[in-house]
Ligand binder design. Structure first.
Ligand code: ADP
Length: 454
């Protein structure tokens, strides 16, 4: 089976009895695949043109509630349909599911067939188009960190999410013997993803018991976000097939290291990396300097798109490799932004703020929105920080709560100019809904703290 499919090769595979099912999917606000399972004959006959879904799919929360108050979708508007338009360049086999292929869709307005502006894929495409208009191609890579647990999601849920047991017993960072015990999960993840056209570079153990990382070769931004989404889905599904839960919750335990999704970024022009200038310190071009200065200047504005839930902010703890400060460094992992590939053609900036729960389309789009604005404004970059950034008091902090990041998002004139009020208002509402939902919760901590002593 080839790594990508055309309608012609899909028909051939269907005739040979190799494929009977096509997953037709959009990517929702949380970065999950939502859609339908088509019989291949119907997909080939008509659904490859378009199919339809309820508009609430771009206004749900993490547990699939449909909160009120969105301008885009409401009882008053009758929760109508969107068009799901397959992007046939993403058609591919799903080797870990028997007889299955999949395709990702763009989401279009039912009446006008224009892109739905708050669809994550549309938001990223708009920033890519902005880069293209400047003659630039955005190359990106997102790293996927997650935890493997002993039992499946369903078993863990039925147990009330208590007594979570990570798959391994101690820090397994780069640990070949320890990760050997996980190969019944990780080997099929690597091999099936490569067979589905996702260019996996490697997997490795991460710096906590049960923690793993998957790296995918950098690509153009849209492909990177597609690859991340498909890989995350595959990791959860293959782990489930093997009797495990793979969780992307950034902080599952107060005393354990959290999970990140670092975003590597470089800009290219006609196949040449324009972040590289051999004559400049560290090989960083002036253009790269302005881009990184934009990332720093607008870091608070875009934090919500890197850390979208209440739990995301529990990761920002000094001494855990998660950044707490908005600063840039040369290969120093305590800063929010790290220069990687110093003095080489591979020179790039790595944003370390994002948690494993980020939506890659929104994260990449927000990084581009900030960085490209830095270029447009001709910003110059201050010197990098050195040493333990955690302890520095003269550099700004990463917004420490969802509430603070929501305020920065709501008030961002940069994002309102670059993404539009509609998009900013939609995601601000998502953030408010999440915060209000948490504010209503009575947590275990409060009960243990005050039950007797209050
Ligand atoms: P490290 O181990 O220091 O994090 P890696 O060499 O593993 O760095 O690379 C991390 C990610 O950066 C990989 O996904 C890789 O494909 C990506 N990457 C490499 N070069 C570039 C580049 N020029 N632009 C964007 N991403 C890149």
């Amino acid at each position: 089976m080839p790594e990508s499919l055309t309608l012609k090769s899909l028909r051939k595979a269907a005739d040979a009895g190799e494929i009977d099912t096509v997953l037709v999917c959009l990517v929702d606000m949380q970065g999950r695949l939502m859609g339908k399972r088509f019989h291949v004959s119907n997909f080939l006959e008509s659904a490859h043109e378009e199919t339809h879904c309820c508009s609430y799919l771009l206004a749900t929360d993490l547990v699939m509630n449909t909160p009120e108050g969105y301008q885009a979708t409401s009882w008053e508007q009758g929760y109508g349909d969107y068009v799901m338009k397959p992007d046939l360049s993403t058609l591919r086999p799903v080797p870990w599911m028997a007889g299955t292929a999949m395709v990702l869709c763009d989401v279009l307005d039912h009446h006008t067939h224009e892109p739905v502006p708050h669809s994550p894929r549309a938001i990223l495409k708009a920033q890519i188009a902005r880069a293209q208009a400047m003659g630039l191609t955005a190359m990106m890579a997102t790293e996927l960190e997650f935890f493997l647990f002993d039992r499946t999601f369903d078993e863990i849920r039925k147990g009330g999410f208590r007594d979570l047991v990570p798959f391994s017993g101690y820090n397994e960072d780069y640990h070949i013997f320890q990760t050997g015990k996980e190969e019944h999960v990780m080997r099929p993840i690597r091999n099936h993803l490569v067979a589905a056209g996702v260019p996996v570079e490697n997997t490795k153990g991460e710096a906590e018991a049960g923690q793993a990382e998957l790296n995918i070769r950098y690509a153009e931004a849209l492909e990177t976000a597609d690859n991340h989404t498909i890989a995350k889905h595959a990791i959860k599904e293959i782990a489930h097939q093997q009797g495990h839960a793979a969780s992307f919750l950034p902080k599952w335990h107060a005393d354990r290291v959290g999970s990140a999704a670092h975003v590597h970024q470089s800009l290219w022009k006609d196949g040449t990396p324009v972040f590289f200038d051999v004559d400049k310190p560290r090989g960083m071009s002036d253009l790269m300097g302005s881009y990184v200065a934009g990332l720093l200047k607008y870091s608070a504005d875009v934090t919500f798109f890197l850390a979208p839930y209440v739990n995301s902010y529990k990761r920002f703890v000094p001494g855990t490799f998660a950044p707490t400060k908005v600063a840039w460094s040369v290969d120093n992992r305590t800063a929010g932004y790290r220069l990687v590939g110093e003095g080489t053609k591979g020179v790039r900036i790595e944003c370390r703020i994002g948690g494993s729960d980020l939506n890659p389309y929104l994260a990449c789009a927000a990084q581009l929105a900030a960085g490209l604005t830095g270029i447009e404004e001709g910003l110059s970059l201050a010197d990098p920080v050195d040493g333990d950034v955690y302890s520095m008091t003269d550099v700004p902090a990463v917004p420490h709560t969802l509430r603070a990041a929501t305020d920065a998002l709501r008030g961002s004139s940069m994002l309102r100019a670059q993404m539009g009020d509609w998009v900013v208002d939609h995601y601000t509402h998502a953030a408010e809904v999440e915060q209000e939902s948490f504010d209503r919760a009575v947590t275990d901590w409060e009960i243990a703290r005050g039950f007797e002593g209050a």
